[in-house]
Design a protein around this ligand. Sequence first.
Ligand code: 13P
Length: 260
Amino acid sequence: MGEARKPLISGNWKMNHNHFEAIQMVQKLSYLLSVNDYDAVDVSVHPPFTDLRSVQTVLQADEVPILLGAQHCHWEAGGAFTGEVAPSMLAKLNVSLVIVGHSERRELSGETDEAVNRKVRAVIANDMTPIMCCGETLGEREAGTTDSKVSGQVREGLAGLSAGQVGSLVIAYEPIWAIGTGLMATPEDAQAVCATIRQVVRSDWGGEAADAVRIQYGGSVKPVSAPDLMRQPDIDGALVGGASLDPDEFARIIAYRLVG
Ligand code: 13P
């Protein structure tokens, strides 16, 4: 058995909240969370780029242990990449977690597994932790190809990394049909895919990496569904979209362990 994996609950704000709203959100969230929450769960928020500096300032000034996250970055260190942001720029803002390969970016911006792999490496090279996303479409689920799709994304997204690197990062399983739809994988189905992901890590990177890597579930997670999801042995956290926009709702998800 490896060491216990500390759960990680992350709020992906997507393209929501300007920097004034972001400050209010994170202040409100910090009032709702206690030292007991931070002891039990790592918490991160992932605001849009334009909010990062403001949120960083609030977290630092008030010594709030919420981790600052970004939603994406480029893999290059700098140069002629209009509209992009380099990993080192995020690291300078105390960003510690970067979402890589979210399905919305794969779909809307054509991010390939190869691009995801480059970004994962760049994030690690800048001493931050990637949250590498994977997940199947409804068609793929119905065709019975969920496991092969997700396994391929994990193998290609993490190709070339050492066992130690894989053991320290986060993989988010987000079935695309469950994102923003109100539909959710059952805890049993989510557990089954997360177990497959851990098995892929075990076979390619070994037992220590498999026992250490944290696997989140994402897709319409709500306060009412979080406790059952978090009880699953291979689910170590949640990547929350819509419900993370409301500090009350997000805090109730973080408090999943106090329910029943
Ligand atoms: P929802 O929680 O809104 O379904 O979003 C999930 C997600 O994509 C988080 O990255």
